[in-house]
Design a protein around this ligand. Structure first.
Ligand SMILES: N[C@@H](CCC(=O)N[C@@H](CS)C(=O)NCC(=O)O)C(=O)O
Length: 204
C-alpha cells in the first residue's frame, strides 16, 4: 500500500498496539506524540478527528480517520496481505479470526477492567453483560490456547495481536489469573519475541 500513515501516539495507551501492527505489516508511518497530562487529546483540533478524545487515532494515507484498535488492526492486515496476518475471506479460519479479533474489545477488555476496578463489588449479572464473567472469559481463552499456539491456529494473525496485547497489559496491571496462567504467558511470550513488537518498544 502506498502512502504514509499518521498515528497519534502515547506510549501509555493502546496506540502502542497499532504501532506494533504498523511494524508487522511494514507500513510507512509518522508518530504524533499526544501528551494526556497536557490535555492534547482534548483540544478542539484533536476532538475534530476523534470526538472520543482517545488513542489510538490513525490517519490513513488518504486522510480517513480510523479509531478502535481491533478495527485498525483488521484494516491494516487487509491492506498488507503480503504480511499474512489475516486468513482468506470466506474460510473457516477467517470466521475464527473475526471471533477472536472481537473477543478482545467485547469480552476480555470490559471483563478485565471490571475485575480490576470493581474488585469488591457484586458481580454484574452474567446474563446481562456481554462477557458473562471474568472467569468464563479466561477459561475460554485458556481452552483455545490449549488446542493451538495462536487463536486462529498455527500462525499469527491480527486477532492474536489484539488479544495478546490486552493480555500483556493485564499482566502488567495485575489482572486476576493472567500472570499465573502458563498458557497465557506462553502466548504472550510467543508474540512479544516478534521483531515488530520489539521495534515498537523503542522511545518514540
Ligand atoms: N475503544 C478504544 C479504546 C481507546 C482508549 O480507551 N484509549 C485510552 C488509552 S488506552 C485513551 O485514549 N485514554 C485517554 C482518555 O480517555 O482521556 C479502542 O479499542 O481503541
Amino acid at each position: 500500500m502506498q502512502g504514509r500513515f499518521k498515528l497519534y501516539f502515547n506510549p501509555r495507551s493502546r496506540s502502542t498496539v497499532v504501532r506494533w501492527m504498523l511494524n508487522e505489516v511494514g507500513a510507512e508511518y509518522d508518530l504524533v506524540p499526544i501528551d494526556f497530562e497536557k490535555g492534547e487529546n482534548r483540544t478542539p483540533e484533536f476532538l475534530a478527528l476523534n470526538p472520543m478524545g482517545k488513542l489510538p487515532t490513525l490517519l490513513l494515507p488518504d486522510g480517513t480517520v480510523m479509531t478502535e484498535t481491533a478495527a485498525i488492526l483488521a484494516h491494516l492486515a487487509d491492506c498488507f496481505p503480503e504480511a499474512g496476518l489475516a486468513p482468506a475471506v470466506g474460510t473457516s479460519e477467517r470466521a475464527n479470526y473475526y471471533r477472536w479479533l472481537l473477543f478482545s474489545p467485547s469480552c476480555l477488555e470490559p471483563a478485565g477492567v471490571d475485575a480490576m476496578m470493581r474488585k469488591d463489588a457484586e458481580p454484574l449479572p452474567k446474563m446481562a453483560v456481554g462477557w458473562g464473567s471474568y472467569d468464563d472469559v479466561i477459561d475460554t481463552i485458556e481452552q483455545r490456547l490449549e488446542a493451538a499456539p495462536y487463536v486462529t491456529g498455527e500462525t499469527v494473525t491480527a486477532a492474536d495481536i489484539a488479544l495478546g496485547a490486552t493480555l500483556q497489559y493485564f499482566t502488567m496491571f495485575g489482572a486476576p489469573r493472567v500472570k499465573d496462567s502458563s498458557l497465557i504467558q506462553g502466548f504472550i511470550a510467543r508474540l512479544t519475541e516478534r521483531e515488530a513488537f520489539k521495534r515498537g518498544q523503542a522511545p518514540a
